[in-house]
Write a protein that binds this ligand. Structure first.
Ligand code: TYM
Length: 321
């Protein structure tokens, strides 16, 4: 049975890029192997320095993930920082990590370009991520395309460790990236990302969601004129939620003319609202049971700790500690 692992940073509310790129594939994987999913609070600390916000976001990620269908009877859900052994493995990997490898990582370059102070934590981020993956002997890592390079770094580090300290010391993981969902576009057509301010959060109030959708950037083609469905963010997003027949209908109406963008946005809103109706109901249920999330995370932490200790003990021994 393959072991599947992935993580998500509690830096804000989850959006539909997270949902299609990672959460839904992860939820599908929970049926096919031993799945471990964690809330990457150590990673979030590279940019979030407000303890109350970090705690609230962490809880929010657990709530949203459970509402979307993560089943704690099938998958292990835990907080990254409940397994501090990953920090020790990070150090053990660091001693073999070439500076050049990290210098090439785009996430660090992007963060600095966005104005974050270039800290050691931000620079060493991929090594912590490698430790996350390697400490659980993971086979498969479901992620969006933006994380592909980090899984490649993980493989490079595992190979180096195995060459230096013993073949088969660390298991080599494979990323799992669904081609159609690898990069979900945001309201402006760029990759959906908190840092671009173009996100659609999963559990917005009805009015707030409507407002976001109505705010999708469009050109000034008049209502009567034909429009190009191939270049429209509305159509790109609609494809994620609507039935194939409804998508064809929207594409036909785009080409025909006579429909304004406002009309298409209303159809998109309705499709998103309907898609998340069952998850919204589950979310309300979970919120009525305040002990549930704590219990899930506590039990997840226990199980993750047991698995992490096996690898860490093996690596310490192999390295002479
Ligand atoms: P994070 O929190 O930025 O994103 C969580 C997951 O959502 C995916 N994603 C997207 N996929 C498609 N289209 C988008 N617009 C989009 N936006 C986000 C991301 O690819 C990711 O899979 N470093 C990781 C967290 C992490 C991790 C790990 C992941 C830490 N350790 C170990 C896997 C294994 C991150 O920042 O994800």
């Amino acid at each position: 049975m393959p072991r599947i692992l992935s993580g998500i940073k509690p830096t804000g509310r989850l959006h539909i890029g997270n949902y299609f790129g990672m959460m839904r594939p992860a939820i599908d994987w929970q049926e096919k192997g031993e799945a471990l999913y964690f809330i990457a609070d150590y990673h979030a600390l590279t940019t979030v320095h407000d303890p109350a916000a970090l705690r609230a976001n962490t809880r929010g990620v657990a709530l949203d993930f459970l509402a979307c269908g993560l089943d704690p009877a099938k998958a292990i859900l835990f907080k990254q920082s409940d397994v501090p052994q990953v920090c020790e493995l990070t150090w053990l990997l660091s001693v073999l990590t070439p500076m050049g490898l990290l210098e090439r990582c785009h996430a660090y370059k992007d963060a600095v370009a966005k104005g974050f102070a270039p800290s050691h934590g931000l620079f060493a981020y991929p090594v912590l991520m490698a430790a996350d993956i390697l400490i659980y002997d993971s086979d498969i890592v479901p992620v969006g395309r933006d994380q592909k390079q980090h899984v490649e770094v993980t493989r490079d580090l595992a190979i180096k460790m195995n060459e230096t300290f013993g073949a088969n010391l660390l298991r080599l993981p494979e990323p799992s990236i669904l081609p159609d969902l690898a990069t979900i576009p945001g309201l402006d057509g760029q990759k959906m990302s908190k840092s671009y301010g173009n996100t659609i959060e999963l559990f917005l109030e009805e009015k707030a969601l409507k407002k976001k959708i109505m705010g999708i950037v469009t050109d000034s083609t008049p209502v009567e004129a034909p429009k190009d469905p191939a270049t429209s963010s509305i159509v790109a997003l609609y494809r994620l939620f609507a039935s194939p027949a409804d998508v064809v209908q929207m594409e036909t109406d785009f080409r025909a003319g006579g429909f304004g963008y406002g009309d298409f946005k209303k159809r998109l809103f309705a499709a998103i609202w309907e898609h998340f109706a069952p998850a919204r109901a589950r979310r309300e249920e979970i919120e009525r049971d305040p002990g549930f999330i704590d219990a899930v995370l506590r039990s997840g932490a226990e199980r993750a700790n047991a698995l992490a200790n096996v690898t860490l003990t093996r690596v310490r021994k192999a390295m002479g500690l």
